[in-house]
Design a protein around this ligand. Structure first.
Ligand code: WTA
Length: 572
């Protein structure tokens, strides 16, 4: 029997979980928002302006800090700034539904541009700052983005002359090239009024954000979300993050990933709380310093970060006063019971796991501050959501049997399409009535879900999702590489690391120098987080008769396990 930890918070906002599971309906909370009578909505308005209308304009909304900059913006400040940004986009003729990409390191300008684009009715496309040319190109090409906001340092990674749709590049900097489609963010903002007449009122089903994420077999997919998601961002931030008006919330994820928008922007601001954004890289000292200095009360991070903090010398944590923390949560990869025990030891708090995906848009299966938790389990579905373990035919499996983790369709934040790829979209819904996650899990007799693994080749490394196909495609473009297969190799700290098996072309040596060269090639072309930490040279790679690399066999080699059915393998 597994360990059960009793809830810590008697005043948590999710009360009567069992009863709400039976009675709650998403329509019940429409009346929270200003649009419910007109039907006209805008996510950015609900995140920011609504709190100014409610008399909370002076409340700090964003506290930004990095090594050289520290700024606070109230809701009133952000209302003005995001209105200016909306005017800027309008003046540059961004129309409703246009894709506006935001490609820059975390900074106040990132948050202002993203919300300003949404205010102007555009679909925002956040791009992680570490992406290099090829990764940037493929996403801008696929989405046919018209506009990008970026910094002068990142400009060289945008092959704009090859991107016919991209005709506005807004640079957050003082220097703007004379020739070409360039605009200065600061000049454009200065020339824009703070009035709210640039807000585009849209319908709940209009597009809001496009997040590119990796699959196992193709190029990254554009996961398309609509304004309707706000219902669930708002409510899960209450039930699961347990945000109250005076909380100081810190989500450590970058907005290039879905956690960094759904819960780094929308969830906290829909609830009117102070949102902490820290620029720069991870370091235990900086992170603890941030909690102490900002008096963070609710903290949302990922298992790899917790494991890295756990591995840091004890003296570091002892230097800081972390007593402001009230609630800690985790997402992105399995949360080991050992990490939960560490959290209890050092913070006196349970770390609460949450499960969801880019495609689901918001949390679905979670541990709640009001409910007992079982360390190692992802928890139970939120009210309004029915999840189950089903077999390949769609039959629900009894407790403790492993199968496909699936969710009954129809929750508010569910993706509405995969950009220009209906076939891919339909694959998720191949069993009528269900969304098939691609994760395998089981449910115990108390209704708790336990993650077991992915049933495709998607790699989750350090909480980030990477597709083997994008890396393999890039690897074979290197002059030395004849064939490449990429898998996730289990790793204690990072969950998985990326491992590449490579067959080289004639005339190339299996040398460490070549491994290094291949690694820096991937780093420069794709991104640092796509780099194979391990490379193993092979004479040939296992392939099907149609020439597809069999990653299943590579995994079996790696784990020293039987490779299963090899009847489709080409043995020449
Ligand atoms: C994995 C991140 C175990 C899972 C919000 C899923 C998890 C993929 C958990 C989605 C968890 C996410 N326990 N695994 N609590 N949360 N995952 O799209 O395999 O970046 O399918 O979304 O991460 O990753 P994505």
């Amino acid at each position: 029997m597994s360990e059960i930890l009793q809830p810590q918070q008697s005043d948590a906002q999710l009360k009567n979980y069992d009863q709400l599971k039976e009675t709650f309906h998403w329509d019940d909370i429409h009346s929270v928002f200003s649009w419910h009578e007109t039907g006209n909505v805008n996510m950015a308005y609900e995140c920011i302006d609504r709190h100014v209308d409610d008399g909370r304009g002076d409340h700090p909304a964003l506290r930004y800090a990095d090594s050289s900059r520290e700024e606070t913006y109230t809701f009133a400040d952000l209302k003005g700034a995001t209105n200016q940004a909306a005017h800027m986009f309008r003046r540059l003729e961004v129309a409703k539904g246009d894709r506006v990409f935001i490609f820059m390191p975390r900074s106040p300008e990132l948050y202002i541009s993203l919300l300003g684009a949404i205010k102007a009715g555009a679909v925002a496309g956040p791009l992680f700052e570490a992406f290099m040319n090829e990764a940037v190109r493929s996403r801008l090409e696929d989405s046919e983005a018209s506009t990008i906001v970026t910094t002068p340092e990142l400009l060289e990674r945008i092959p704009y002359t090859d991107l016919p749709h991209l005709n506005k590049i807004i640079l957050v900097g003082d220097q703007v090239p004379q020739d070409g489609p360039f605009y200065s963010y600061f000049n454009e903002m200065k020339a824009s009024p703070t009035t709210d007449d640039a807000i585009e009122w849209v319908s709940l089903e209009d597009g809001m954000i496009l997040h590119y994420t990796s699959g196992s077999t193709g190029k990254p997919k554009g996961v398309y979300h609509v304004h309707h998601a706000m219902i669930q961002h708002y409510q899960t931030a209450k039930w699961v993050l347990d945000l109250h008006e005076d909380d100081v919330f810190w989500c450590t994820a970058d907005p290039g990933w879905v956690t960094g928008t759904s819960y780094g922007i929308f969830g906290p601001w829909l609830n009117g709380v102070t949102n902490i954004v820290r620029g720069g890289r991870f370091s235990p000292d900086d992170w603890y310093h941030t909690i102490e200095k900002q008096r963070v009360t609710v903290w949302y991070s990922a298992p790899t970060a917790f494991r890295m903090l756990m591995a840091a010398p004890k003296e570091i944590i002892e230097k800081y006063d972390l007593s402001s923390l009230r609630h800690i949560l985790s997402v992105g990869e399995p949360l080991n019971p050992e990490v939960v025990r560490w959290g209890w030891e050092v913070f006196g708090l349970r770390i609460h796991d949450t499960w969801w995906m880019t495609e689901t848009g918001a949390m679905l299966i979670c541990n709640y501050p009001s409910e007992p938790i079982k360390p190692g389990s992802m928890g139970k579905p939120i009210p309004g959501v029915h999840a189950a373990i089903i077999d390949d035919q769609g039959k629900e499996l009894p407790p403790n049997e492993m199968g496909n983790l699936a969710v009954q369709t129809g929750w508010p934040a569910q993706m509405r399409k995969i950009w220009k790829n209906e076939t891919k979209f339909n694959e998720y819904f191949s069993i009528p009535g269900w969304y098939i996650s691609g994760d395998t899990a089981f449910r115990d007799e108390d209704g708790y879900f336990w993650f077991q693994g992915r049933n495709d080749d998607v790699i989750v490394t350090a909480g980030e999702r990477v597709g083997p196909f994008e890396i393999e495609s890039k690897l074979v473009e290197h002059p030395s590489v004849a064939e490449a297969g990429v898998i996730g190799k289990p790793d204690e700290m990072r969950g998985h690391i990326i491992k590449a098996f490579i067959a080289v072309r004639d005339g190339y040596e299996h040398s460490d120098e070549l491994k290094e060269e291949i690694r820096s090639y991937i780093k420069n072309e794709l991104s640092a987080h796509s780099v194979p930490r391990e490379i193993e040279f092979k004479e040939t790679l296992p392939k099907t008769r149609s020439g597809k690399i069999m990653r299943r066999v590579l995994k079996a080699w790696e784990l020293d396990e039987p490779a299963g059915d090899l009847s489709t393998m080409d043995d020449n």
